[in-house]
Design a protein around this ligand. Structure first.
Ligand SMILES: [Zn+2]
Length: 272
């Protein structure tokens, strides 16, 4: 059995500020250790349920956060950036399931450190007219390969997003949001225990969960934080300016939509 893990940082228990998630932040060293240990817990649960091949894709910022010297065997680590598939790089149709760990709510939602891909540029993302965050975007990529998302972990808002999108997904809540920058968190040991149990249960019951698919072609629309960003983004061939801050693009499938979205965000990020 093969399991793919995409690991973000904002949804790890104990993490509530950009100072913890940025490599220049004073508390980053602690945060990356917390992140690594939540991954290790999921790996232990998956191995107990019979997983033999485990690929962990570091999916936060520069994607060099996880500590390989502390990684639970026999998981392998995909580290570094850029990667063509970004948060889902390394996934293909040979995997039995995906686990999204340390994920967070989308921009405009009430979760801890809520944002969609880039907190400095993206005001809102729509896929086929539906507001989407990183959870939906990456779940649809998994669906493209016919692989189900079996488990998600993060705060209670993220878990709510997951429930609405993926029937029978195993949700693990490690913190309850109080504001974008505050949460009631499980102690590190308890968070690891519920994650390990969740990963085990998710794999044991994996037949119940179906891959989530998005209809083709995929209509992508992004509202940026101001008009200058939309002006920088709309130079992408095929992009259409739809409003003061918004740009749209039609992609043949979700993989192309994902790449288009990242291109638009990169362009938008060139202006302040
Ligand atoms: Zn992140």
């Amino acid at each position: 059995m093969k399991v793919f893990f995409s690991v973000d940082m904002e949804g790890i228990s104990g993490i509530v500020s950009w100072d913890q998630t940025s490599s220049r932040g004073y508390d980053y060293a602690r945060a990356r250790k917390l992140m690594t240990e939540e991954v290790n817990a999921a790996v232990r649960g998956a191995v107990r349920a019979g997983a033999k091949e485990l690929l962990v894709n570091d999916s936060h910022n520069a994607m060099t956060n996880l500590l390989i010297e502390e990684l639970q065997s026999p998981a392998r680590l995909l580290t570094g950036s850029p990667k063509p598939g970004s948060m889902m790089e390394g996934l293909d149709a040979t995997f039995d399931g995906v686990m999204l760990l340390g994920y967070h709510a989308r921009m405009n939602a009430r979760g801890v450190l809520s944002h969609t891909y880039s907190s400095r540029t993206v005001g809102c993302l729509w896929l086929n007219g539906q507001e989407a965050g990183e959870l939906a975007l990456n779940a649809y990529v998994a669906g493209h390969y016919d692989v189900p998302v079996l488990m998600v972990s993060g705060d209670n808002q993220l878990v709510g997003e997951a429930k609405a999108l993926i029937a029978d997904v195993t949700e693990v809540t490690v913190k309850e949001t109080r504001s974008r920058y505050a949460a009631i968190c499980l102690g590190a040991e308890d968070a690891r225990r519920v994650i390990e149990e969740g990963a085990y249960r998710a794999l044991i019951m994996k037949q119940r969960v179906r891959p989530v698919k998005i209809k083709r072609p995929v209509q992508l629309e992004v509202a940026f934080l101001h008009s200058g960003m939309a002006e920088a983004a709309e130079i992408m061939p095929g992009a259409i300016r739809t409003g003061g801050t918004s740009v749209a693009f039609q992609a043949p499938d979700i993989l192309a939509a994902y790449k288009a979205f990242r291109t638009l965000v990169t362009l938008a990020g060139t202006v302040q």
